[in-house]
Design a protein. Structure first.
Length: 466
């Protein structure tokens, strides 16, 4: 079987690659796989066992192996590093992009990270330790020091010659950064403008003296917001003195945005955010992260039984009230979850800030009243229609219908306000608004909704059913 016949990456060629490895035909494996894209190679490698991964990586060129390694998830990276020889691991780590290498090292315990750093060349060790010295969630950990910086008094010809000589290892050449003698950032210029300028022109001739920069202490969320606002493929990073120390590219920020969105969705679903992918998370870790919130929510729901017990006499005298308990509490929980979802997303996108809480409160109060009125009207009509054909709700059905209608208005309004204001409260207390999850809001509204329902029932039905 000739390896040259395998052209398309994917699971269809997986058995053939395995067969080539078993036959020891590493030359054919290398001939085939060295034509693949790193992302496709990483998908293939993820399907292999660890011994097969080692065989595959030994057939790849050094650069392709490093690029492919960067696409693998953390557990696979660690297993592969342990299986490779020290020299092979050293070559791999030295060829990795500094930001991707930092992402790997920061997930390891100190001793394990130090062992890998020791495999780097002296220069790469300095780079690695420099990036790891910044705060874990800061831009300093996300940036790369591989960029091209030029001077404003250089000619365009000088710039192009410099890029040809020094641009090979740059993370991106879409933008060049202009610095002064102290290496402070003074501007950035797009490579497009450089290519279109006359060779005898100077960099300062194409500068507009307008640039956007991040600082090493900025949070990753601030970087995501900056990329979204300014629509850039890369942004420079400066220190407290304005010295250019690195750049952050849009692909790294997209990874951060995806991680943030995943964590928020997991928290909003009523569980602790997973530290790794679902498949990579151990069984007991998955149970622990899910159980903690379930226990809290279960304890909260126990107060529902307490509330029901408090109105035990009213329920005994008017059993018909119990028929509508699921309807009442679910409507409140649903409205609260809707509002929480809208506000959490609006806060995440910067559409609203803490200062907008009063505006949101008024808007959601009106929305809650309108939504409650719609549901209350439907509930009343349902009771009226059923009462025309049966005696299910008794002779006092109009009062029962009024009780349900008013309760829905009150509970849906309360649920909407709770769901909308809780994210603001958590953000004000410096917690993640996403922790105001749908189950949490629903539990809160369940308990308070019962109190609202039976209180209105006592007021409306007093002297008749109660």
């Amino acid at each position: 079987m000739g390896g040259t016949m395998i052209h398309a990456p994917g699971k269809l060629v997986l058995p053939e690659i395995r067969e080539l490895i078993e036959l020891g035909d590493h030359a054919t494996v290398g001939e085939v796989l060295n034509r693949w894209l790193p992302a496709d190679l990483a998908a293939l490698v993820a399907e292999l066992d660890n011994d097969e991964r080692v065989h595959v990586f030994r057939t790849l060129t050094t650069d392709l192996a490093a690029e492919t390694f960067e696409y693998l998830d953390l557990p696979t990276q660690l297993r592969l590093l342990r299986a490779l020889s020290e020299d092979e691991a050293s070559h791999l780590l030295n060829r990795m992009a500094p930001d991707d290498r930092t992402a790997l090292l920061q997930e390891l315990p100190g001793a394990a990270a130090d062992r890998l750093v020791a495999l780097l060349s002296p220069h790469e060790q300095d780079v690695a330790r420099s990036l790891l010295s910044y705060g874990r969630d800061s831009i300093g950990r996300l940036m790369t020091p591989d960029f091209v910086a030029v001077r404003k008094d250089w000619t365009i010809k000088h710039v192009l010659d410099y890029v040809r000589t020094h641009g090979k290892n740059s993370e991106t050449l879409n933008v060049l950064y202009v610095v002064d003698d102290a290496h402070k950032l003074v501007d950035d210029v797009r490579i497009r403008n450089v290519l279109l300028a006359p060779l005898h022109a100077y960099v300062q001739d194409i500068m507009d003296n307008q640039f956007v920069a991040l600082t090493v202490s900025d949070s990753r969320e601030e970087a995501v917001a900056a990329f979204r606002k300014y629509d850039r493929t890369a942004l420079p990073v400066v220190d407290a003195r304005g010295v250019l120390v690195g750049i952050v590219t849009v692909d790294d920020v997209m990874d951060v945005a995806m991680e943030e969105a995943t964590r928020d969705l997991q928290q909003f679903g009523g569980l602790e955010a997973l530290d790794e992918s679902y498949v990579a998370t151990s069984f007991w870790s998955l149970v622990r992260k899910r159980a903690s919130w379930l226990v809290i929510l279960f304890v909260g729901e126990l107060f529902t039984a307490t509330a029901m017990g408090h109105f035990e006499k009213e329920i005994a005298r008017a059993v018909v009230l119990a028929l509508f308990v699921p309807l009442i509490i679910s409507s409140g929980g649903n409205s609260g979850s809707q509002a929480a979802t809208l506000i959490i997303r609006a806060l995440a996108l910067g559409e609203v800030t803490l200062r907008d809480w009063w505006k949101v409160l008024r808007r959601e109060l009106a929305s809650g009243l309108m939504l409650g009125a719609i549901l209350g009207t439907i509930g009343f009509l349902r009771i009226a229609i059923w009462s025309a054909f049966s005696n299910l709700y008794g002779v006092h059905w109009p009062l029962v219908g009024l009780t349900v209608a008013l309760s829905l208005v009150g509970i849906v309004t309360w649920g909407t306000l709770s769901g909308a204001m809780l994210p603001f409260l958590l953000k004000r207390l410096h917690f993640d608004p996403a922790t105001s999850s749908a189950p949490f809001v629903a539990t809160l509204v369940d308990v308070t909704g019962l109190i609202i329902y039976f209180t209105i029932a006592v007021l409306v039905l007093k002297g008749t059913l109660l």
